[in-house]
Ligand binder design. Structure first.
Ligand SMILES: [Zn+2]
Length: 358
C-alpha cells in the first residue's frame, strides 16, 4: 500500500474465514511494517481456506507472524492442527501463542475430554514444528496484563485470561459448552417476519456462560496505527468486563462466543462501542443468539455494521429493512462463492470485500 508524503498510512484488513461453527480470523497490518496475525483456525478443514487465501498473496506477504490459538475448544483448535500439518502453511508461522498444559497452574494430565485430547495433539505439533511457543513471554503463559509491540505501529494488550482462569482450567480440564438459550431463533422467526421487537429481544433474561474452557480464552485489544480491534474469542461477559474496565471505542469487535447470549450481557453491550461487529458462526447451537445482536443495537444507538461469515437463519434474520432502518443496522454476509469475507480499515473508513450482493 502506498504511503503519501510524511504520513505513514496504515491499512488494516480483517479476514473472517468460513470456519464452520468456529472462529478463524486473520488480521493483516499492512504498511511499512507488515504483520499478519492469525487468530484461531476453526474446525478441521479450515486450513484449506487459509492456504487458499495465502496463495492469493505475493510470496513476500506470506507470513503468519503470530498465530494465536485462544483456547482448547475444537471449533478454534482443530484447524490449527491442520495448519501444523500443512506443508504450505506450517513454515509461515513465526510465533504461536497458546496456553498449553505447562502454562496452566496446577494442571493435571487428564485427557478425557475431546478438546483436551486435541489440545495435546496441537502441543505435540508445535514441538514437532519447532515453532516459537509463547516466546515473547519467555515461554510462560499468555495472560492478562501483558502488552507487546511486535512492530512500532502495532500493539497488543492481553485482556484475558487471568491467572485465576488458567488455574481453574488447569485444575479441571473440563469442557462445559453449556449454551445459554434465552430464546431460539426459530421462536423469533415464528414471531412474524420482519416484525420482531429488538428491545424485547434485548431484554431476554441473561444467563452467564460458566464454561471453564471459554474463561481461559485469550482476548486481545490490538492497535494498528489509528485502528482498534477487539478480539474476544469465547470469553464470558464478566471476564471481558474485567479486561475492559471502562467504556472502550473500537473499529471492529468480534461478538464473543459466536454471538451466544450468555456471553453478551447488557452491561457488556454498554461497555464496548464498535463501528463493526463480526459474527463467526454457522447456526450451530443457535449461534448467534438474537439477544446478543439486539443488546448491541439497543446500546449502540448510532447504529453499527454486522458482518456474518456465514448465511443461515440466525444470521439472515437480521436482513430486515424495518430493523435495519430503525436501528441504523448494516448487515453484510460472506459471499458463498468465497471462503472468506474481508473488512478493510483505511482512512477512517470501512470497506467490505467478498460479501454477498445486497
Ligand atoms: Zn468457540
Amino acid at each position: 500500500m502506498p504511503s503519501e508524503g510524511a504520513t505513514v498510512e496504515s491499512v488494516t484488513e480483517v479476514v473472517a474465514f468460513d470456519a464452520q461453527d468456529g472462529d478463524c480470523i486473520l488480521i493483516r497490518c499492512i504498511g511499512e511494517e507488515p504483520f499478519n496475525i492469525l487468530i484461531d483456525a476453526g474446525r478441521r478443514g479450515t486450513e484449506q481456506a487459509i492456504e487458499a487465501y495465502f496463495k492469493t498473496l505475493e510470496p513476500t506477504e506470506r507470513s503468519i507472524d503470530l498465530f494465536v490459538v485462544t483456547h482448547i475448544d475444537s471449533d478454534h483448535l482443530a484447524g490449527a492442527i491442520g495448519v501444523a500439518e500443512s506443508a504450505f502453511l506450517s513454515p509461515l508461522v513465526k510465533e504461536v501463542w497458546f496456553n498449553g498444559p505447562q502454562h496452566l497452574y496446577g494442571s493435571t494430565t487428564d485427557v478425557t475430554e475431546m478438546s483436551v485430547a486435541e489440545a495435546f495433539r496441537f502441543c505435540l505439533a508445535i514441538r514437532a514444528k519447532g515453532w516459537s511457543w509463547n516466546g515473547w513471554f519467555d515461554e510462560g503463559a499468555v495472560q492478562r496484563g501483558a502488552s507487546v509491540s511486535p512492530v512500532s505501529s502495532l500493539s497488543l494488550d492481553i485482556l484475558s485470561p487471568s491467572q485465576k482462569q488458567l488455574l481453574r482450567l488447569g485444575k479441571h480440564w473440563e469442557r462445559e459448552l453449556r449454551r445459554m438459550k434465552n430464546r431460539t431463533v426459530k421462536q423469533v422467526v415464528e414471531m412474524g417476519q420482519g416484525e420482531f421487537d429488538v428491545a424485547e429481544l434485548a431484554n431476554a433474561p441473561y444467563c452467564r456462560d460458566t464454561s471453564v474452557v471459554n474463561a481461559s480464552s485469550i482476548v486481545l485489544l490490538m492497535r494498528h496505527g489509528d485502528h482498534r480491534i477487539l478480539m474476544t474469542a469465547d470469553c464470558p461477559a464478566e471476564l471481558l468486563l474485567e479486561g475492559v474496565p471502562s467504556p472502550v471505542e473500537v473499529d471492529v469487535c468480534k461478538f464473543p462466543h459466536h454471538g451466544s447470549g450468555g456471553n453478551f450481557s447488557h452491561e457488556l453491550a454498554g461497555r464496548i462501542k464498535s463501528k463493526c461487529w463480526i459474527v463467526s458462526a454457522n447456526g450451530t447451537n443457535s449461534h448467534p443468539e438474537p439477544a446478543s445482536i439486539a443488546r448491541m443495537l439497543v446500546a449502540a444507538q448510532g447504529g453499527a455494521m454486522v458482518l456474518f461469515n456465514n448465511s443461515h437463519a440466525e444470521a439472515t434474520l437480521w436482513k430486515d429493512p424495518s430493523v435495519e432502518r430503525r436501528h441504523l443496522l448494516v448487515t453484510k454476509y460472506r459471499d458463498p462463492q468465497s471462503p472468506w469475507l474481508t473488512l478493510i480499515l483505511q482512512d477512517g473508513e470501512l470497506y467490505v470485500r467478498d460479501a454477498a450482493p445486497d
